[in-house]
Design a protein around this ligand. Sequence first.
Ligand SMILES: Cc1cc2nc3c(=O)[nH]c(=O)nc-3n(C[C@H](O)[C@H](O)[C@H](O)COP(=O)(O)O)c2cc1C
Length: 261
Amino acid sequence: MKILAINGSHTGDKGYTQFLINILIKGAIRAGATCETIVLANHNIKPCLGCRACQRSGHYLKCIYDEKDDVAMIFEKMRAADMLVYATPVYIFNMTGLMKIFLDRITSTADSSKLTLSKNGLFFHHIDKQLIAKPFVLITTQDNLENETSDNVISYFRTFSRFLDAPVAGIIRRKSGGLVGHGKDIGKENRYPVIQEVYRAIETAGYEVATRRRVSAKTGRKASAGIIAMPWFIEFILHFGFIRRNQHFMKRILAQSRKKF
Ligand SMILES: Cc1cc2nc3c(=O)[nH]c(=O)nc-3n(C[C@H](O)[C@H](O)[C@H](O)COP(=O)(O)O)c2cc1C
């Protein structure tokens, strides 16, 4: 099993996203997988100009930047992989600009004049299946505690999956990066000890991906767990908007979480 991780963080291999990729990869290597990471920030990635040269004869399915930047090289690595990992921090409720600029370049590999159907029965155009119709794990990182922060990113990749016949092998939504020192406090005593379990679950996710081609629901849940352990009934009632809007109640929850539940 060849796994290629694509890190869309602007902080490159110094950031929390890479820290989490490394944990996942550790588990995959333990299961015998060959792993590589492409850190987009270390590469020359030009944004699509929308020039449509890739749709015209003479330059058909080739980008004008193919020999001028690193995207064609990264696409070759993607074609050779059995499993992809897309990893991105949340930047203002979305993926990073870098990840989006990179993904936009897929356009040059597809003939938009050829109508096809996705496996989910969605009308779409031709795609380069060897490049993009690959199972993938999504890792999102964020500082905020709320799931809603990364919902857009997850929704995007679910749509991506349905149109591009790329099965979702697992989703890891890491929240509260700032509260746990973005991984830099590993080994030190942390105010949120559950994070160690989370990291173990991410390693297990890597192992599962390499052995079963997917992250089990249980591991995915543990890897994406919140770091503030609240009683189940509090977690449940927080799903109701009218509870959330009760500032007095929510401030008490916040104070309680600082003391630790
Ligand atoms: C420009 C920018 C925008 C960000 N926007 C959000 C955001 O909307 N929500 C959030 O929870 N964190 C946000 N963050 C925090 C990052 O998502 C978080 O620190 C992440 O772990 C960074 O990953 P990295 O260390 O790999 O760069 C933002 C950070 C930056 C630099």
